[in-house]
Design a protein around this ligand. Structure first.
Ligand code: BGC
Length: 447
């Protein structure tokens, strides 16, 4: 039995949970919100399992007081949520939606009253559809649209929200949405993808400046998906694919944002979109590095795809989660040490968690025994402690996710919550992982 402190995670370590707007809020057409590219994507035939969407999701838009009370009961110190751009600016720019602004006022005030620090992310993939209609992220103007949205959010909430993230998982939404066509807005085009990478980097840099200018005491970071990339086999082709995939997945956003340059394999391809002064606009001072880590990936060449490389087959015998992702706590330790050494910023784990497709429902007694998730969290949190003990500057951890929610292309069939949601009744039930996490967060010795 060990406490978090026994694991090397000090008393001031920040324990929290994460969600995102489109995945939990629902109320998609309420109070003036207009569609995002994900509303559109969900309506395309065959794109999301069972034709599901975030129309209702966890109904967090209405049930947030209950969700905040749950977090308070668990002793969480922080909640990472995202602001839905199409709630604040239904067309992405221009007319402001008062009801949308009011919603996050209520949520933020409720969190503060509960003693929970709000960590707001400006973009978790729900680009207003109206902006995609005029070109979306591949257009250079998108950096300006994003800066204007950041001004609105910073002015409105900056008196109470001090921790801000610009984007969630830059590489995931750009690869899935613009290189492979597997996510909104369903583009698979090398030139559009590369333009998007550069413009999202510009948008990040601009928003960092806005937040620092308008929010007194702002602490700003970007949130990166970082998964060690390994070759699928020991052929030279697989080795090259892993090096290339590492740049697409891990490096092409944080390197320019923090180190001031694009990584070497991709730099020549992005160069045509870079204008004088751009690299200085992208590389702005940051207070923290957000990392979402789940599992290492194995890469293979994919000459027909815009990224030239892609996920490969897992080595035989790799233990996997309920959604087929490798379970390897050592890769988490490795990630945290790499990030500290490479970027020299305080690291916050803004997502880590375990997906299940089955076996995650209430038993006859109403209890939810999600043992595999609990075991995963236990092993990964110990791995984070090991990283900290070896010098990784990790300051906090937000589990993904507070609630079972809309898991993008997987719809409601993949559950990541530590709190179970019965989507028919919207009833919330703490799973055994949530009870374990509560004990850990409260400083108790846990098994
Ligand atoms: C995303 C979340 C997602 C989670 C599990 C991350 O890529 O930020 O939105 O639900 O992983 O797939």
């Amino acid at each position: 039995m060990k406490t978090a402190r026994d694991l090397g995670l000090p008393a001031d370590f920040l324990w929290g949970a994460s969600t995102s707007s489109y995945q939990v809020e629902g109320a998609a057409a309420e109070d003036g919100r207009q569609p995002s590219i994900w509303d559109t994507f969900c309506r395309m035939k065959g794109r999301v399992d069972n034709g599901e969407s975030g129309d209702v999701a966890c109904d967090h838009y209405h049930r947030w007081p209950e969700d905040v009370a749950l977090m308070r009961g668990m002793g969480l110190k922080a909640y990472r949520f995202s602001i839905a751009w199409p709630r604040l600016l239904p067309k992405g720019r221009g007319a402001v939606n008062q009801a949308g602004l009011d919603f996050y006022d209520r949520l933020i005030d409720g969190l503060l009253e509960a003693g929970i620090e709000p960590w707001a992310c400006l973009y978790h993939w729900d680009l207003p559809q109206a902006l995609d209609d005029i070109g979306g992220w591949p257009e250079r103007d998108s950096a300006g649209w994003f800066a204007d949205y950041a001004v609105l959010a910073a002015r409105r909430y900056g008196d109470r929200v001090k921790h801000w993230a610009t984007f969630n998982e830059f590489s995931v939404f750009t690869l899935f949405g613009y290189a492979w066509g597997w996510g909104a807005p369903s583009i698979a085009d090398r030139a559009l993808y590369l333009r998007t990478v550069h413009h999202v980097n510009l948008a990040h840099g601009g928003a960092v400046d806005v937040l620092h200018d308008l929010v007194p005491g702002a602490k700003v970071g970007g949130i990166h998906s970082w998964q060690p990339c390994r070759p699928e086999s020991d052929t030279p082709e697989a080795g090259a694919a892993a090096a290339l995939f590492n740049e697409h997945w891990n490096l092409v956003f944080p390197d320019p944002q923090i180190l001031g340059h694009y990584p070497p394999l991709l730099a020549p391809a992005i160069e045509p979109y870079v204008q004088a002064g751009d690299m200085a606009r992208i590389c702005r001072p940051l207070e923290w590095f957000g990392v979402n880590h789940y599992a290492p990936v194995y890469a293979r060449p994919a000459p027909d795809l815009a990224s030239g490389s892609i996920f490969g087959i897992l080595p035989e015998g790799t233990p996997t989660s309920g959604v087929g992702w490798p379970v390897e706590p050592g890769a988490f330790t490795e990630t945290l040490l790499t990030l500290t050494e490479r970027y020299r910023l305080p690291v916050y784990v803004t997502e880590n968690g375990y997906g299940m497709k089955t076996g995650d429902d209430p038993g006859p007694d109403g209890e939810i025994d999600d043992r595999p998730r609990l075991d995963y969290l236990k092993a990964y949190i110990a791995a984070m402690g090991a990283a900290k003990n070896s010098g990784a500057d990790v300051r906090g951890y937000f589990v993904w996710s507070l609630l079972d929610n809309f898991e993008w292309g997987g719809g409601y069939g993949s559950r990541f919550g530590i709190v179970h949601v019965d989507f028919a009744s919207q009833k919330r039930t703490l799973k055994s992982s949530a009870k374990w996490y509560t004990a850990l967060v409260k400083g108790e010795a846990v098994g």
